[in-house]
Design a protein around this ligand. Structure first.
Ligand code: NAD
Length: 274
């Protein structure tokens, strides 16, 4: 129970890594604010998390004895974010952990000069600007508390380039820059800011994650071909599991690493070593 008595806000919590992290936080004693857009976006060529998936994450967390607040919030909208954080403060009176996980993998799959402005903008707006918006909305409370842990889910795409993923890579490199700069802003104020860079994560029925299949679809290759490409590039020859990311998030959120800030942790089976 590393997070007993702590309140954690998790974005993109309807499914995938967000659900895996929320469940692990709940298992470790945290109360939760689960945020997701819970509807589709025209520019994103696959279904996003739904209301029922978000409600199911909440049910699973409650079964683990967590008190849960659910917010259907579009992180592109500062007004909606402020309202979710006001509700959080009214309900819990504090925020100990902010886990910025919500993100999209596509629109992607095009050579850089064929990416439309509209597609570029939606990618940067969700994957980078939303992390900044959440930090802006929550950071001021953590600073007042004199404590807090912000964890940003970046990607190996924040460390290296991926062909035909210029917008995604630019956004994730931006998340790492933001993590380091905000870590410096907040270091004297005892608020820690770190990033996790997952490698390619195995699709999991349990958390309804499907990013690997979606990326394969974008690249017009079969899922097994896509998996093989990643396995060959990973020294450990194993795809990352959602639980691996959840375990890293609990550790970063906990007091076990209370003097750790500005770190960028890879959980990628060794993909980015060389
Ligand atoms: N799965 C992987 O292989 C992998 C690898 C590296 C990094 N990541 C990163 O991990 C994070 C989670 O990925 P995942 O695979 O679980 O994806 P996912 O699509 O299963 O989950 C992402 C969630 O974010 C939500 N979301 C998207 N836009 C939103 C918005 N505007 N407002 C609120 N919620 C919004 C979606 O509804 C969805 O429920 C992303 O930031 C992704 O870039 C994933």
């Amino acid at each position: 129970m590393k997070l007993s008595g702590k309140v954690a806000v998790v974005t993109g919590a309807a499914r995938g890594l967000g659900r895996a992290i929320a469940l692990e936080f709940a298992k470790n004693g945290a109360d939760l604010v689960l945020i997701d857009i819970s509807k589709n976006i025209d520019e994103v060529p696959y279904a996003l998390g739904s209301s029922s998936q978000l409600a199911y994450t909440a049910q699973l967390c409650r079964e683990l004895d967590a008190t849960v607040l659910v917010c259907e919030t579009d992180l592109r909208d500062m007004g909606q974010i402020e309202s979710a954080i006001e509700q959080t403060m009214a309900r819990f009176g504090k925020i100990d952990i902010l886990l910025n996980n919500a993100g999209i993998a596509a629109p992607s799959g095009k050579i850089a000069h064929d990416v439309s402005q509209e597609h570029w903008q939606v990618m940067i707006d969700i994957n980078l600007n939303s992390v900044w918006r959440m930090t802006k909305a929550v950071g001021k409370y953590m600073v007042k508390q004199g404590a807090g842990s912000i964890i940003n889910i970046a990607s190996t795409a924040g460390l290296v380039g991926y062909r035909h993923f210029s917008g995604y890579c630019a956004a994730k490199h931006g998340v790492i820059g933001l993590t380091k700069a905000v870590a410096l802003d907040y270091a004297p104020l005892k608020v820690r800011v770190n990033a996790i860079c997952p490698g390619s994560v195995r699709d999991s029925q349990e958390v309804e994650g499907m990013m690997l299949s979606e990326i394969a679809r974008v690249l017009k290759v079969s899922v097994s071909e896509h998996e093989d490409t990643f396995l060959q590039a990973q020294p450990m020859n194993e795809l990352v599991e959602p639980q691996d990311i959840a375990d890293a998030a609990v550790w970063l959120a906990s007091d076990d690493c209370k003097r750790m800030t500005g770190s960028v942790i890879t959980v990628d089976g060794g993909f980015s070593i060389k």
